[in-house]
Design a protein around this ligand. Sequence first.
Ligand code: HEC
Length: 127
Amino acid sequence: MLRTSVLVWLLAGSPTPQARTNPFPHTPQSIETGRRIYFKRCTRCHDAKGKPVLPTDPGATRPADLTRPKEWEHGMTDGEMFDTLREGTEEMAGFKDKLSDDEIWRVIHFVRSLWPEELRRRSYEDN
Ligand code: HEC
């Protein structure tokens, strides 16, 4: 009885960024849509393969390596990435004025496609 209520509390509890899931499935089609958004909005600072484009200003922060999500500071679940991209970080402006929420979820699929195979597989089994 107690265990059931704890489970209900966990499932119904306040939505944390980690709990939110991508409304689009991880298919070649959604990766392709995300790729187009990525090439338009992200390749100034993260290259086509997700590697950092080194800033011309030596004092500027180096962009994150998108192929190594475990090194990111703000989390690698879809919900966490959504907040990172929508709201921005201390060092990267958010995209809420430039991308719709749907476009953000789609670009996340492309970013995931840049990850090593074992991380991609595991993350979707966990969801
Ligand atoms: C003007 C440069 C710039 C653009 C454009 C840019 N980024 Fe970034 N990005 C950065 C910098 C710098 C960092 C590292 C600092 C940080 O993590 O706050 C970063 C970090 C990140 C991170 C890791 C955040 C973390 O948790 O540490 C992700 C994911 C990311 N970018 C994805 C994207 C995507 C997807 C786009 C396009 C929609 C994009 N970025 C566009 C500069 C940029």
